[in-house]
Structures are given as structure tokens and as C-alpha cells.
Ligand binder design. Structure first.
Ligand code: SAH
Length: 234
């Protein structure tokens, strides 16, 4: 029997949100082929009281609710016994996700992803279970679920054999520390706009050179910070 290569376990109050869009297209097909698997676990199942309480008011006062450390820790401990997968907590305070971290995660055996809700989770469980806080950008979502789906999307698409053409991953934005060059396809002329002549010249050296120049120009204009990054960080 074929063994599942990459295993994702997501802890959430909304397991029905998974696999979401990852059940479709290339990720969905890869899941059917058992190249990766997703298990969505209901955090509420680990609540101890008869009301199945998962949150409580913030110590020190203030708005909103906080996910209880005891409930979350029980959920984490149950899914991660004898398990070395990284434990990621989706969080706007986390380290912003990079393609470099995505590649590292894709090289591993899987991930455990914890989705926050409300104001977030009790700090003690983050410390005690050594959760790696990961952000998908400088904006605030209402819950960690779309962030988890985003992280998994980025990982799954680069798993071996998932993308139809494995080479197409190589030239992408961020892979060489640059944003990608622009793309064109037929028709040759559209609304009076032509495909740049070099791309239809058949001169592969010239095409590569043009694409690289375009990538550098675009990166300098839009993301000069990427050009500053040391090679290992890209
Ligand atoms: N009070 C928190 C925000 C909570 S938002 C703060 O100001 O930092 C509720 C949940 O949504 C978070 O626990 C987290 O799991 C998720 N979330 C929100 N924005 C996110 C982002 N940019 N990246 C990853 N997860 C995010």
C-alpha cells in the first residue's frame, strides 16, 4: 500500500472549514493520491465541563475572550504524542511566513497547525508547548483557519509530484529572491497590445536574459526589501 508522505493535523473550533479549497484542483488530487493527508480536530472535544467551554475572559480585563490553556494543551498533547512535527500557531504576532520556511516545512514529515479564535490563546500554552507563531501578513483575520489553509496551500503545491510540471516551481516569485517576470500567451495581439517580441523570437538565451531583467526591475520597484535579504534568507 502507498504510504502518505506529508501529514497535516489542524486544531480548530471549525473543523468543517477543512479541507476547504485544498479539496480541489492539484491539492485535492494529491490528497486523493495520498501524497498528503489532512486531519481536522475539534478543540472543543477536549473541554472538560458539561458546557464544553473553550474560552474565558481575559485576565486583567478588556474586550473579547481567550482560548483556555488546559483545553488547548490536551488537544495538542493528544495529537502530538510521539510526534516530531512542528507545532505552528497561526498568529498575527508571529514571524511572517516566507517561501524559505514553506520549503523547510514541505521537506519534513508534516505539521500540526493550531488555529486561534477570539483574542487569541493563553500565553502559557504557547510557552509550555513551544508553539511556533506564524503570521501570513500584517493584517488581522477573525480566525486562524484561513491562515492555516494558506500555509498548507503553499506547502502542498511544492510537495514532490503535486504540481504537474515540477519545473514550474523553480522560476516563481521568491524562489530566486526575486518577484517573477510577467507572463503572456496567445493571441499575439490583444486590444492593440503585442506580446514582447523577444518572447516569440525563439532565442532562449535572450528570453532568459529578458525575464531576469524584468524580474530585477519589478523587484526593485515593488519589493526592494527582497534585494537586501542575505541569500540564505530568501
Ligand atoms: N488579538 C489578536 C488577534 C486575534 S485574531 C492580536 O491583536 O494579535 C484571532 C485569530 O486569528 C488569531 O488567534 C490567529 O489564530 C488568527 N489570525 C489573525 N490574523 C492572523 C494573521 N495575520 N496570520 C495568522 N493568523 C492570524
Amino acid at each position: 500500500m502507498e504510504t502518505t508522505a506529508f501529514r497535516a493535523t489542524v486544531l480548530t473550533l471549525y473543523p468543517e472549514m477543512f479541507p476547504g479549497h485544498l479539496g480541489y484542483s492539484l491539492a485535492g488530487k494529491a490528497m486523493e493520491r495520498r501524497q498528503w493527508a489532512l486531519d481536522a480536530v475539534q478543540i472543543r472535544d477536549f473541554a472538560a465541563d458539561k458546557h464544553r467551554t473553550v474560552d474565558d475572559t481575559p485576565a486583567g480585563g478588556g474586550a473579547g475572550m481567550v482560548l483556555k490553556p488546559d483545553v488547548l494543551a490536551r488537544a495538542i498533547d493528544t495529537v502530538s504524542t510521539n510526534d516530531n512535527r512542528p507545532r505552528l500557531l497561526m498568529s498575527p504576532r508571529g514571524k511572517p511566513l516566507t517561501q524559505k520556511r514553506v520549503r523547510e516545512l514541505a521537506d519534513g514529515e508534516g505539521v500540526i497547525i493550531i488555529c486561534g479564535r477570539f483574542e487569541g490563546v493563553d500565553q502559557r500554552v504557547i510557552d509550555a508547548r513551544e508553539l511556533e507563531e506564524v503570521s501570513i501578513g500584517d493584517y488581522v483575520l477573525s480566525g486562524g483557519e484561513p491562515a492555516a489553509l494558506t500555509v498548507l496551500d503553499a506547502i502542498v503545491r511544492i510537495l514532490p509530484g503535486v504540481m504537474g510540471n515540477d519545473l514550474s516551481g523553480l522560476h516563481e516569485s521568491f524562489e530566486g529572491g526575486l518577484l517573477e517576470h510577467p507572463h503572456y500567451t496567445r493571441p499575439q495581439e490583444w486590444e492593440g497590445r503585442e506580446i514582447p517580441a523577444v518572447l516569440t523570437s525563439g532565442n532562449h538565451g535572450a528570453i532568459e536574459k529578458w525575464r531576469h531583467e524584468q524580474a530585477v526591475t519589478l523587484t526593485r520597484a515593488r519589493r526592494p526589501d527582497l534585494l537586501e535579504k542575505p541569500v540564505g534568507e530568501k
